[in-house]
Design a protein around this ligand. Structure first.
Ligand code: AMP
Length: 174
């Protein structure tokens, strides 16, 4: 499996969820054991020497690879969830979307200032969601933040949102 093989397994859905969007459907890649292995190995090779202590996944498509990578790195998984889903005490960040605002939360005891954190989501589009997640993780005073995506839509320039001290990596670019 190489990058071109994996790209062939990703399905484009035109005009989903709204007209004008070409949705990159990764479920067709996730159902291939070879693609899953490729994602796991490529991500592991990127971060195996980075001293990551927690992998943070963004609800909901970030919950697919984040725990797999955490397991491979020998570290735990922490969820970022939409408001109202986490049962214990939370901290939160609100951010603007195309229509209105959204709020994401983490448990207040999910991370500590000793952590080196890798944040993962499936896809980088405008970057608003991941930027908000980085702002949330920064509130814990963690040592360092890495950001990872399986797919990056380069033309939207989402990576420009991130501060220079944050390393942003994507496995596949469109
Ligand atoms: P953004 O905050 O604009 O970077 O959007 C990122 C989130 O929306 C990710 O969790 C993606 O799963 C989803 N998303 C946005 N645009 C697309 C797209 N064209 N194809 C698939 N997922 C997308």
């Amino acid at each position: 499996m190489n990058i071109e093989d994996v790209k062939k397994e990703i399905r484009d859905i035109v005009d989903f969820p709204i007209p004008g969007i070409i949705f990159k459907d990764l479920t067709t890649a996730f159902k291939s054991a070879e693609c899953m292995k490729f994602f796991e190995e490529e991500m592991y090779n990127l971060y195996k020497d980075s001293g990551i202590t927690k992998v943070v996944g963004i609800e909901s498509r970030g919950f697919i690879m984040a725990p797999i990578l955490g397991n491979k790195l020998g570290v735990g998984f922490v969820p970022v969830r939409k408001k109202g889903k986490l049962p214990a005490e939370t901290i939160e960040v609100s951010y603007s979307k195309e229509y209105g605002t959204d709020t994401i939360q983490m448990h207040k005891d999910a991370l500590s200032s000793d952590d080196v954190v890798l944040l993962h989501d499936d896809l980088l589009a405008t970057g608003g969601t991941m930027k908000a997640a980085c702002d949330l993780v920064r509130k814990f005073g963690v040592k360092k933040i890495y950001v990872n995506f399986l797919v990056e839509l380069d033309a939207l320039e989402g990576r420009k949102l991130f501060d220079e001290d944050i390393q942003v990596d994507s496995l596949l670019h469109y």
